[in-house]
Design a protein around this ligand. Structure first.
Ligand code: HEM
Ligand code: NAG
Ligand code: NAG
Ligand code: NAG
Length: 344
């Protein structure tokens, strides 16, 4: 026991030698944890007894995936947003098969590799703990970890996420998926859309800061090509030279999770209408200015807003823990197995 504690101490000194223990530690000057009052029976230590090593199983898998390919961080963030907004954070977006959300145009470009990463993590977690952790919780932790890695040495803190979600028994209905805000939306539409999900103007602005990483296809900002500005003309010129090009959403530091997205907006260099309007509308402009000036505020506000979004569950916290695959409900899985047995 004493010697294992000595080894642990050594590992903490030389985290390079023991990468599994090298997950980010908080800096003293930053608050580690977000708000403590949580909704729907969620808690920060939900899996403390049933899966005590959960965060240490998730972290190295996400870390190496994102270090290998930074785009995975953008992929996870967008999947998380698209999961939570339609009917709450319940991994409904991951379901394949009939009425899958993945078959609807808003999900057209969700990254397959990031979707698969969530299932890969589930396999490892369930191997260690049994089917005690939902895909929705795994997606939540993986998203938090991906932001940390994409923040490079900047986002120096490791915060807890509320846990204890159930996975949905069905995909969200298509009307709710189509209610995801469009990239040509004005500030009123965006504010309303967030408001109906208990999210304030500051949450809209901070969470839009996820566009500090990732890419967009030309079709999602071609509404701007007629605008009379140098930036819009450059966007248009780049797309006309290659319609299939992917445009960096943060034109200054595209692969780092930082607050440059906000200073870009102040310079008129937001890619989507839904980005650029945040800097001109009086209800959000103050937040864009503040977050552009103070990256520490951005990091802690992003954390708080992500934690808030992660608790959105308009139908309550109901469902199951998917035990065979994040891509199928347990009912679907056993039907598939029966079908296989019958035909074998
Ligand atoms: C405020 C309203 C929002 C709108 C209208 C919007 C719209 C879009 C669109 C159209 C794309 C590009 C899709 C493509 O062309 O492939 C995109 C990409 C992305 N969005 Fe948003 N988004 C919004 C908010 C958010 C939020 C809240 C998050 C996460 C917290 C987020 C994270 C991302 C990321 C990371 C990408 C890049 C994905 C990649 O490179 O694979 N977005 N968004
Ligand atoms: C915002 O867009 C909506 C939907 O297109 C439209 O009905 C509304 O009038 C617009 N609001 C403003 C202030 O432009
Ligand atoms: C357009 O393409 C050029 C050449 O690849 C690039 O340097 C520039 O940053 C692009 N413009 C925008 C707005 O992304
Ligand atoms: C990742 C994924 O499954 N994307 C699907 C999104 O929806 C379109 C149809 O609208 C499918 O063709 C894609 O496969």
């Amino acid at each position: 026991m004493a010697s294992s504690r000595a080894i642990l101490a050594l590992c903490l000194l030389a985290t390079v030698l023991c990468p599994a223990l090298s997950r980010p530690r908080p800096l003293p000057n930053l608050p580690v944890n977000g708000p403590r009052n949580l909704a729907n029976g969620l808690s920060y230590d939900f899996h403390a007894d049933s899966c005590p090593d959960l965060v240490d199983i998730v972290w190295p898998i996400v870390e190496s995936a994102v270090l290998g390919e930074i785009a995975i961080a953008a992929g996870l963030l967008r999947i998380f947003f698209h999961d939570c907004f339609p009917q709450g954070c319940d991994a409904s977006v991951l379901l394949t098969g009939a009425n899958s959300e993945l078959d609807l145009p808003p999900n057209l470009t969700l990254q397959t590799r990031a979707l698969q990463l969530i299932e890969d993590v589930r396999v490892k977690v369930h191997a260690a703990c049994g089917a005690t952790v939902s895909c929705a919780d795994i997606l939540t932790l993986a998203t938090r970890d991906a932001v940390f890695v994409a923040g490079q040495s900047e986002v120096f803190y490791f915060y807890e996420m509320p846990l204890g979600r159930f996975d949905s028994l069905a995909p969200a209905n298509s009307a709710d998926v189509f209610a995801l805000p469009r990239s040509d939306a004005n500030a009123s539409v965006l504010l309303d859309s967030f408001k109906t999900r208990n999210l304030e103007p500051i949450d809209l602005v901070a969470l839009s800061g996820a566009h500090t990483v990732g890419k967009a296809s030309c079709g999602n900002f071609n509404n701007r090509f007629s605008e009379d500005s140098d930036f819009a003309r450059k966007l248009a010129a780049n797309c006309s030279s290659d319609v299939n090009r992917l445009q960096d959403l943060d034109v200054t530091t595209p692969i780092v999770f930082d607050n440059k997205y906000f200073s870009n907006l102040l310079e008129g260099k937001g890619v989507f209408t839904s980005d650029q309007v945040l800097a001109s509308d009086g209800r959000t402009q103050w937040a864009v200015q503040g977050l552009a000036q103070n990256k520490w505020w951005f990091y802690s506000q992003f954390r708080d807003s992500l934690i808030k979004l992660s608790q959105f569950q308009p139908n309550g916290n109901v469902g199951e823990i998917r035990s065979k695959s994040c891509f199928t409900t347990n009912g679907q899985s056993s039907l598939l197995e029966e079908g296989f047995a019958a035909s074998a």
